[in-house]
Design a protein around this ligand. Sequence first.
Ligand code: GLN
Length: 482
Amino acid sequence: MDFKSFRKEINTKNASVKELINDFFLKIDSKDSEINSYICITKDIAITQAEKIDNLIQNEEILPPLAGMPLAIKDNICTKGVLTTCASKMLKSFIAPYESTASSKLWSSGGICLGKTNLDEFAMGSSTETSFFGVTSNPWDINRVPGGSSGGSAASVAAGLCAAAIGSDTGGSIRQPASFCGVVGLKPTYGRVSRWGLVAFASSLDQIGPITNTVSDAAEMLFAISGKDPLDSTCLDIPVPNYLSDLNKSIKNLKIGIIKECFEHPGLNPEVKNSVLSGVERFKTLGAEIIDVECPRFNDGIATYYVIAPSEASANLARYDGVKYGFRSNEDSNLLEMTSKSRAEGFGDEVQRRILIGTYALSAGYSDAYYKKAQKVRTLIRKDFDNAFQKVDILLTPTCPSTAFLKGDFANDPLSMYLSDLLTVPANLAGLPAISIPCGFDTKGLPIGLQLIGNVLEEDRILNAANIFEIDAQVIKNRPLF
Ligand code: GLN
């Protein structure tokens, strides 16, 4: 249910916000055993928050912008006094002692916290299969993955188990699951949203952003969570525009660049390609000017990302040593053994693989060949984008090379799984905003996502184009029923 419909329920139904929120918990109780989108439910917090909104309504006071909206938070984002597990055995009983800036902004905007959603362990993955708390299912076909790593957030939105959610995107983890689940996912410009309280994976790439039913909900969520934060020095001190104000502006003469390289990639599924190309045609009929652009380094993004992200991860995850916090293996008394056992038992395979790759890439004698080289290619990718934005206003690609795959498809082939991030990682490497919106379905009835990439801090442009497309195309007529 999008914000508009939920607001209508608040206004027209003879029910309090508290009662409507309770209905969500009933739905979660009955449906989420099949989907497994939540790791934990925060009923007490939600009821207290809902009562506050009910009081404001009763006293006819001015309501904050997201008053009463039922929201879910990816479980790598700290929520004070609530489990924050990163879907890892390492943090399976970790209660965050403080609140992330993004979530605290949602609560002060009147949002209601329904709970914490499932993810790939420490946000490393593209399928939500590596969670210590079990796999999340795709609501369109429960034999398939919802994408990842914010699979729990995307699945909960698609299944109607919250109105909107936030996720984190290091290499595509908001946009790829949004694409697989037929919802909207927005990764903001690096620095637009504070990372305070987001458990670090790769700090130069991580951003928090919304996963929603509609583009306009994404605009509202982005407005709520953006802005300067003294607790995060990488967070930009630049005013936050009202992302709703330009949403319906005509896109006549908007210059949309089609990145040639990604449509020519052999790994791109033909059904995805055709659906996205019909999306391009739709943009044309809506008045946009379509221009072919070259980004010669675009397809090098994946190799670059899989050096830089694990390198940063290996440093960030060094803090889980069995001493300060998290899981401790208590079988040995020797400090070194205790630490290494804690890490070997507390982290799953994929996390250990990333730590090993990153440690290797950063080690003396190898860092010039791998890490430094990757940083150089990262600069070239950014330059390609800079050149492209000389000619066009926004860029268009598919969000993912394929639609949702079956659970277990890549169980023994992590490298092939990495390839599914081909089209999303370049925006992270360049720090650019990018949105995924549904543009069609494949012959199996699975949703397909189209990605729009904007120049630095030009979220308003991609939101505007996405909104005009969404209204015209009406892709998602019915949510999956189950
Ligand atoms: N799938 C990518 C990875 O596994 C991206 C993850 C993310 O964006 N958090 O690294």
